[in-house]
Design a binder for this molecule. Structure first.
Ligand SMILES: Cc1ncc(COP(=O)(O)O)c(C=O)c1O
Length: 369
């Protein structure tokens, strides 16, 4: 009996999500030490000591189930964001929130629209659950082509996902462009705007989406504690949407989907929001330095509003470059899995600490001879 054949077509045909290699695996595989990981858009600075202390305190009570409704965190987050607690949906990473949204809303035969060369989880969720998912190419500047995405909506479309700024290109759509797009989307289609890198953005014309909810109840905003707040390993993110939408999505949520350590960590992050601006500033300084160095080495670097850079070296293989960098102890992400052709030499490099970025540039200089 071929057990694989028991699964739905979408699952059989899906490629599993391939995360960046963990440091320990690369060290083992290549017999290296001091490996630098710039592959998963993590925050190299780590959580604040106060956040670690709050998590440590919560550890003593892990014999108890967490607060399934995450009452304290939900209310603190709601008051911080200036929204009603009923508008908030917490998840085991914002990944889980995207999953709940798509699984909850989309039935077989309906479709989800997202951009090609965007977060790889969108097609994965669409295909695995519903054998659906339509991708729309980015524009010439590697930004979401919002008019083309609006054109792609049909009477079977349930959700359109806009990743802003976009992973892996680091590009963004402006407030004016986003507003024009919202005007074109029928109210029965949910617009999910994934703002995982929101806190890193410094562009003045980046959309502030929270106030748009009043006019557009079909708007659903996704954010996370994984990036600037450094809690990627704990898994906690959230969605903000109309209470009617969020209320239904709560029914699809596993009873204790956000563990007690995540709740404690996220609450502590909210109390120390003042670190966000200096973290974003340091990231920007390092990103600008790294971009300039990569350009000096001949790479084409796409302007980014995030904690990573998308760069290409035409005529080279991204997979080969990444493999050679691995041997130098630097983990970056080749972009082949994102549907980019091998000959584009496409890499996504997360911004690290100054010494890590220097290591990356030195390793790349060596690899390029
Ligand atoms: C655009 C985007 N959305 C969502 C996520 C997932 O974040 P989380 O760790 O909150 O699940 C990521 C993580 O890399 C991301 O790049």
């Amino acid at each position: 009996m071929d057990l694989k054949s028991l699964f739905r077509k979408g699952i059989r045909e899906a490629r599993p999500y391939a995360p960046g290699k963990p440091i320990s695996e690369v060290e083992r595989e290549f017999g290296l030490r001091d490996v630098v990981k710039l592959a998963s858009n993590e925050n190299p600075e780590g959580p604040l000591p106060e956040v670690v202390a709050a998590i440590r305190t919560a550890v003593a009570e892990v014999n108890r189930y967490p607060d399934g409704a995450a009452h304290e965190l939900t209310h603190a987050l709601a008051s911080f964001l200036g929204v009603e607690p009923a508008a908030i949906l917490l998840g085991n990473g914002s990944n889980e929130v995207i999953n709940m949204l798509v699984r909850g809303l989309v039935s077989p035969g309906e479709n989800v629209i997202f951009a090609q060369k965007s977060f790889i989880v969108y097609p994965l969720i669409g295909r695995v659950h519903f054998e659906t998912g339509r991708s729309v190419p980015l524009d010439a500047q590697l930004r979401h082509d919002l008019p083309a995405m609006a054109d792609a909506i049909d009477d079977k479309t349930k959700v359109v996902i806009i990743c802003n700024p976009n992973n892996p290109t680091g590009t963004y759509v402006t407030a004016a462009e986003f507003q024009r797009f919202l005007q074109r989307v029928p109210p029965r289609v949910i617009v999910a705007v994934d703002e995982a890198y929101y806190e890193y953005v410094t562009a003045d014309d980046y959309p502030q989406t929270l106030p748009l909810r009043a006019q557009h109840p079909n708007l659903f905003i996704l954010r996370t504690f994984s990036k600037i707040h450094s809690l990627a390993g704990l898994r906690i993110g959230y969605g903000i949407g109309h209470p009617d939408l969020v209320g239904e999505l709560h029914k699809t949520r596993e009873p204790f989907n956000v563990n007690s350590l995540s709740q404690a960590g996220a609450l502590a992050c909210l109390r120390h929001w003042d670190v966000v601006a200096p973290r974003a500033r340091r990231n920007r300084e390092q990103r600008e330095w790294l971009a300039a160095e990569l350009a000096r080495l001949g790479l084409q670097v796409v302007p980014s509003q995030t904690n990573f850079l998308f760069c290409t070296l035409p005529g080279r293989s991204g997979a080969d470059l990444a493999e050679r960098l691995l041997r130098e102890g630097v983990i970056v992400r080749p972009m082949d899995a994102f549907g980019l052709s091998d000959g584009e030499g496409a890499l996504r490099i997360s911004v690290g600490l100054p010494a890590e970025n220097r290591r990356c540039v030195d390793a790349l200089a060596k690899v390029l001879g």
